[in-house]
Design a protein around this ligand. Sequence first.
Ligand code: C5P
Length: 254
Amino acid sequence: MTTKSRKKIYEGKAKILYEGPEPGTLVQYFKDDATAFNAQKKAVLDGKGVINNRISEFVMTKLNNIGVQNHFIKRLNLREQLIREVEIIPLEVVCRNVVAGSMAKRFGLPEGQQLPRSIIEFYYKNDALEDPMVTEEHVTAFNWANTQEIDEILAMTLRVNDFLSGMFAAVGITLVDFKIEYGRLFEGEFSRVILADEISPDSCRLWDSTTGDKLDKDRFRRDMGNVIESYTEVAKRLGIMGDMPKVIEGGITS
Ligand code: C5P
């Protein structure tokens, strides 16, 4: 089935979800659209969707192998992957190892300061409200997640952080921070929390461990240039370049 004949379920800023081939599945399509500052800044970056599809596939597969359950089933083509349908928990879960971005701004701290321990923050996923930061009290009071789910989210996020920090360190990249999302997978009347969405240079801060060069979406947010080149560098270091150079030069859109 082509994307055109599939029913669109949801369109976000960087991805589209289509109905999957079987019940309980969806197709996640990675767009080239880049947005920042709650979509006030927009651009199309040729090839970004292709790279993020590959990087997210790589990371989710590795996480699955170490027992961090997630929605990824398999990659279908350059821009699409088959995923499990979940009920998204409306939280952006941010984990930080080094001060950067909104944390630097909020607390007046210099970017690059190592945190004494990893810090997890919750933001309410709501564009109209510009994703406000919330506490666990808000999360439970407004029934976005229950205490058991929060405990699972915290434990899984720390595991993801430990694993990804090591994986990136091995290829000379510091994992400064990242954002992940979770969803509920229903099995009868019970549900469990699994990792959803994507993990890519769009959702992580990745700094070259030696030079400090940014290899992530901050290059777009801060007009630093070489966005695709930096994402490609991340893919290259992870050893997953595959067919990507052709894609970037040829501007393949499928
Ligand atoms: O902007 P801030 O410093 O809070 O971002 C923390 C981390 O979460 C960064 O890696 C950023 O790329 C990611 N993030 C995201 N989507 C958002 C907000 C932040 O992927 N809506």
